[in-house]
Design a protein around this ligand. Structure first.
Ligand SMILES: [Zn+2]
Ligand SMILES: [Zn+2]
Length: 326
């Protein structure tokens, strides 16, 4: 089947349609994230578009509010499960598949996990993969937008996400993903996912309140706990950019400051073996040794057994030998 070349694809909409006022442009881009504001590229690298990041801040407020509500075993289990499913989608798909192409999937499975990844509210798969590819290109050197070596710890953790300069999806870095119209749509209208998810959570909570009051939840309650799950998911994910370049061991002498960190590896289902990953990002596996627990890789192995993914790329023997002889 022939696929269109990137050059044939319509470019993202440009500029002034976004609105005349500064706030207008930001509001419009809550919905259509591919509208380019020419001021973004010219902005100071540390300038934050505060109007644009209001939804991100609001999720944090709602997540903290959840801590002041009642809790029940059900709602805690729900928040943990919601975290786990989305952490897997981020690590195995946004990172190992979309950013690094370390295995193959069918087009429906590709879309399904892109959609699941988008429920983590960390922008669309193209935005995520493009910024991550840029990180590997410059890791801990000039041009790395979230290095805790070049920038401050907090900038590498969360500041860079708020920056006006980093808002645009760098489509030129993901030509392989740009071939798929469904991925382009999901990336461009990424806010549709949380906009549909919030009423979905509300409806589920309200239904459970009516039919299973013993579970101790309600519409608003489940929305707030869903936000708490999302906030924890945010900051654990962000720790890979901040902490995993600062704290841990360095079995490989890479050109960056990446580290292996067991606690982060457990919380992120394997991403904490970040020094391994920077040494050989082409592998689907990040825990290189038998004891380096990598839950996302183990799950991908099960999915390969079920025929859902294929061609998981291994760690070459020379890379393992390099570590043994170090
Ligand atoms: Zn890194
Ligand atoms: Zn990576």
């Amino acid at each position: 089947m022939s696929r269109p070349h990137v050059a044939d694809l319509p470019p993202p909409a440009v500029g002034a349609q976004a609105g005349d006022g500064k706030g207008g442009a930001s509001l419009f881009r809550w919905l259509d994230s591919w509208v380019v504001d020419p001021r973004d590229e010219a902005a100071d690298p540390h300038e934050v578009d505060w109007v644009r990041v209001v939804p991100f801040l609001a999720i944090h407020v709602a997540g903290v509010a959840a801590l002041f509500t009642t809790w029940s075993p059900f709602v805690v289990l729900f928040a943990v499960g919601f975290y786990a499913v989305r952490m897997f989608a981020i690590t195995a798909f946004y990172h190992r598949y979309f950013s690094h192409r370390t295995f193959q999937v069918s087009r429906p499975v590709q879309f399904l996990f892109a959609l699941l990844g988008a429920t983590a509210v960390q922008r669309g798969p193209l935005w995520w993969a493009a910024h991550h590819r840029e990180h590997h290109r410059h890791s801990d050197a000039e041009g790395d937008i979230h290095s805790p070596v070049v920038e401050s710890f907090w900038w590498s953790h969360v500041g860079w996400i708020l920056a006006r300069r980093n808002f645009r999806t760098k489509t030129e870095l993901v030509p392989d993903l740009m071939r798929f119209p469904e991925l382009r749509f999901l990336d461009r209208y990424d806010s549709l996912v949380p906009l549909l998810m919030i009423p979905g959570l509300y409806g589920l909570g309200a239904a459970l309140e009516a039919w299973a009051p013993g579970l101790g939840t309600s519409g608003l309650h489940l929305v707030l706990w869903g936000c708490l799950s999302t906030v924890v998911l945010y900051h654990v994910t962000f720790c890979i950019n901040s902490m995993a370049h600062r704290l841990g061991s360095r079995p490989y002498e890479t050109k960056d400051r990446s580290r292996n960190n067991l606690i982060l590896a457990l919380l992120t289902f394997g991403e904490g073996w970040h020094n391994n990953h920077h040494r050989y990002p082409a592998s689907a596996r990040q825990g290189f040794l038998w004891w380096e627990l990598d839950l996302s890789y183990a799950t991908l192995r099960v999915m390969q057994g079920l025929g859902l993914v294929s061609g998981l790329r291994p760690v070459p023997a020379r890379i393992l030998d390099e570590r043994r002889s170090a």
